[in-house]
Design a protein around this ligand. Structure first.
Ligand code: GDP
Length: 315
């Protein structure tokens, strides 16, 4: 028995390692704290894309081809909404919509986002604690050469095309960590930063007041997995963003970003040559295969992370 593992995650990359961790750790030893800076309102419904990606992954519902949404979902409701004149650029399947309808109902009836997430997870038989970074509204805003865009407009409608100048997390300064996050920050003995987008997924979590300082002083060992492999993002805009924001697009660039927050850094085997540069930043480096294409890959990487941290695994 340890104080448990606190894992920080965004959507697709985070959900992959979160699933692996859920296979190798006892359920009461893992808390997954998820970015909510991407949350948005569509058709009057509260959509939490990263929470849902992690939730669907752990419930075995994920659409592995797209990385988002529910496998085999249909889009009849979205088509009808479009007929009514609603914008339909944000893809929401019929089953996925049920999640947002239920979440919105719970929130309107006075539940916090943590409580609503707990209720959805319980209905999907998820035993692991999945908690939002905060119950307060935080909105990632992307300042681009075409003006400031809400995250989903930049990410989905504009397909990350505009050049990014800066990113800010609107509301973060007034946000408090969710109760489950606070509890885990106080009791967890190990931290894992999943291979998520450092700017769009991990940074909003760090922007919640007090979080960065607590993680800098975290009593246990801290490990991160690089989302940049061979000088590019495995998928998504992380590489483009790093370049546009003036960072080196490499696992070294990510390691620099996590300096002070991470003791052990897992880089991909193709990046082994970068190890000494990262070690010079004060981290232990381990090179391994980090591309998670199937459940075995996810479990293998989760096992390795736990082994490097010295976390006992579920028998
Ligand atoms: P998003 O919110 O859906 O963009 O998801 P995340 O922020 O969690 O993940 C996006 C990041 O995960 C990207 O930078 C990818 O390069 C990275 N990523 C996705 N799949 C993998 C993988 O299998 N291995 C590694 N190392 N990184 C991955």
């Amino acid at each position: 028995m340890t104080g448990g593992v606190l894992a920080l995650a965004g959507g697709v990359g985070g959900a992959k390692l979160a699933l692996g961790l859920s296979k190798v750790l006892p359920a009461d030893e893992l808390t997954i704290v998820v970015n909510t800076g991407d949350d948005a309102t569509f058709h009057g419904l509260h959509v939490s894309p990263d929470l849902d990606t992690v939730m669907y992954a752990l419930a075995g519902l994920s659409n592995n081809e797209t990385g988002w949404g529910v496998a085999g979902d249909t889009f009849n409701s979205l088509g009808q909404l479009e007929r009514y004149g609603n914008p339909a650029w944000f893809n929401l399947g019929d089953k996925d919509l049920a999640t947002h309808i239920r979440r919105t109902e719970l929130l309107r009836n006075g539940s916090t986002l943590s409580e609503a997430t707990g209720s959805l997870c319980a209905s999907l038989d998820i035993a692991i604690r999945i908690v939002p970074m905060t119950d307060d509204p935080v909105h990632t805003m992307v300042e681009t050469t075409e003006g400031e865009l809400p995250f989903q407009t930049y990410f989905v409608r504009e397909q990350c095309r505009p050049v990014t100048l800066a990113i800010r997390y609107d509301g973060a300064e007034r946000a408090r960590p969710s109760p489950g996050f606070l509890d885990s920050l106080e009791t967890a003995s190990h931290l894992i930063i999943c291979p998520s987008n450092p700017f769009l997924s991990v940074d909003p979590i760090l922007a919640v007041p007090g979080v960065r300082q607590r993680l800098e002083k975290f009593a246990g060992r801290r490990l991160a997995v690089s989302p940049i492999v061979g000088g590019e993002a495995v998928r998504g805009p992380a590489g483009k963003l790093m370049r546009e924001l003036g960072h080196e697009v490499s696992c070294v660039g990510v390691a620099r970003y996590y300096q002070g927050l991470c003791d052990i850094f897992i880089i991909d085997e193709v990046d082994e040559g970068c190890a000494s540069e990262i070690e010079a930043l004060g981290m232990k480096v381990h090179a391994a295969p980090t591309i998670m294409q199937n459940d075995d890959d996810k479990e293998r990487l989760a096992r390795l992370a736990c082994h490097l941290l010295g976390v006992p695994l579920a028998s």
